[in-house]
Design a protein around this ligand. Structure first.
Ligand SMILES: NC(=O)c1ccc[n+]([C@@H]2O[C@H](COP(=O)([O-])OP(=O)(O)OC[C@H]3O[C@@H](n4cnc5c(N)ncnc54)[C@H](O)[C@@H]3O)[C@@H](O)[C@H]2O)c1
Length: 324
């Protein structure tokens, strides 16, 4: 495992969310001083640790930007975003307002805050579209099929401009399908979390279409580790954060059914129009430039995720974030 030399002052936007919670924990373990800016529209339900300076505000608000400038972080891990491909298709303007305009506001604030290095949550699942070759590489043509992916690509474009014009250093993390403890199992995105929640409720996982479509499922703790590694080594470009393997939705559902001790089959639901058939990422650049590779295998990761859902249920919740 590559070691991380985390800087002392790190701002995490969206730090109360799913990936943010795991990233903040790792930063605190590395003895960083952490500020979180999050308006709590979609927190993951885990309390923000008391050592963290929490600013409850929209990332684009004057309050958030002033807090960032005052904090003078050495790095910003920019995770705050409105998730959900389906939601972005229903309301592309609201997606762009939060995910593009919000990101530009954070980058502008970062210039005033002393030019910290930026680790940006992009998306390897949403940016490549119908990939011509698999696994996708960073140099492949990005052809997003949904406003959510277009917003991530726009964010990468702004990062490049802020690098050239304002000297900001950055890494655009093209995560695969991130899964793990504390992901929202009550929404419409996050197949693993939704399936865990359904199994706990005594319902079978839902599988869209024939279930043979593949995704690059990457465990959240591996993603958090990649975020810390990227702080120290900004690439000023994109990097895939995935396993290099495509796992079918059918295989995920079958494994979860077995791990949960359920009998029976998954529940088929109609395929989503325009859904990508296959998506997985070549992680070679992450390995050579960041010293990162996924360490948690899919069976182990699914077991840990299911266990965490069980533990939360046994503790009486919270089962998921407050719905936005
Ligand atoms: N989960 C995945 O599979 C995945 C894959 C690729 C990329 N990403 C990206 O990683 C990042 C984190 O994703 P996640 O799964 O942890 O999502 P999440 O919804 O759990 O966390 C996002 C957090 O950002 C906060 N937030 C949203 N808009 C905000 C705003 N305007 N101001 C302040 N806070 C705001 C929310 O309250 C939430 O706590 C996002 O940028 C997402 O697009 C996620």
């Amino acid at each position: 495992m590559a070691t991380t030399a985390a800087p002392t002052r790190v701002l995490v936007t969206g730090g109360a969310g799913f990936i943010g919670t795991h990233t903040v924990r790792l930063l605190l373990q590395a003895r960083s001083r952490v500020m979180v800016i999050d308006d709590l529209r979609h927190p993951c339900g885990e309390p923000v640790p008391k050592e963290v300076e929490l600013v409850v505000a929209d990332m684009a608000s004057p309050q958030a930007i002033a807090a960032m400038v005052k904090f003078r972080p050495e790095a910003v891990i920019h995770l705050a975003a409105q998730g959900g491909v389906s939601r972005s298709l229903r309301d592309p303007a609201s997606d762009a307002l939060n995910n593009v305009v919000g990101t530009v506001a954070v980058l502008r604030g970062a210039v005033d805050a002393g030019r910290p290095s930026i680790v940006f949550a992009s998306s390897g699942g949403a940016i490549y579209g119908r990939a011509r070759r698999l696994p996708s590489r960073e140099g492949d043509h990005a052809q997003p099929l949904a406003p959510y992916g277009a917003a991530k690509l726009a964010g990468e474009g702004y990062l490049g401009m802020f690098h050239r014009t304002f000297g900001l250093h950055f890494t655009a993390m093209r995560y695969g399908n991130v899964y793990g403890p504390y992901q929202d199992g009550t929404g419409e995105a996050g197949m693993v979390a939704i399936s865990c929640q359904r199994l706990l409720d005594g319902l079978p996982p839902r599988v869209t279409g024939d279930g043979a479509q593949t995704r690059d499922f990457v465990f959240v703790e591996d993603v958090a580790r990649a975020n810390l590694l990227a702080i120290a080594r900004p690439l000023n470009g994109p990097v895939n954060i995935g396993t290099g393997r495509g796992t079918s939705i059918n295989d995920i559902a079958k494994t979860l059914i077995r791990l949960a001790g359920h009998t029976g089959e998954s529940e088929p639901v109609p395929a989503r129009p325009g859904e990508v058939r296959a998506n997985f990422l070549n992680p070679g650049r992450a390995s050579s430039k960041l010293g990162w590779a996924a360490e948690v295998g899919i069976e182990d990761g699914l077991r840990q995720t299911l266990d965490s859902f069980r533990a939360r249920a046994a503790a009486g919740g919270p089962m998921g974030p407050v719905p936005n």
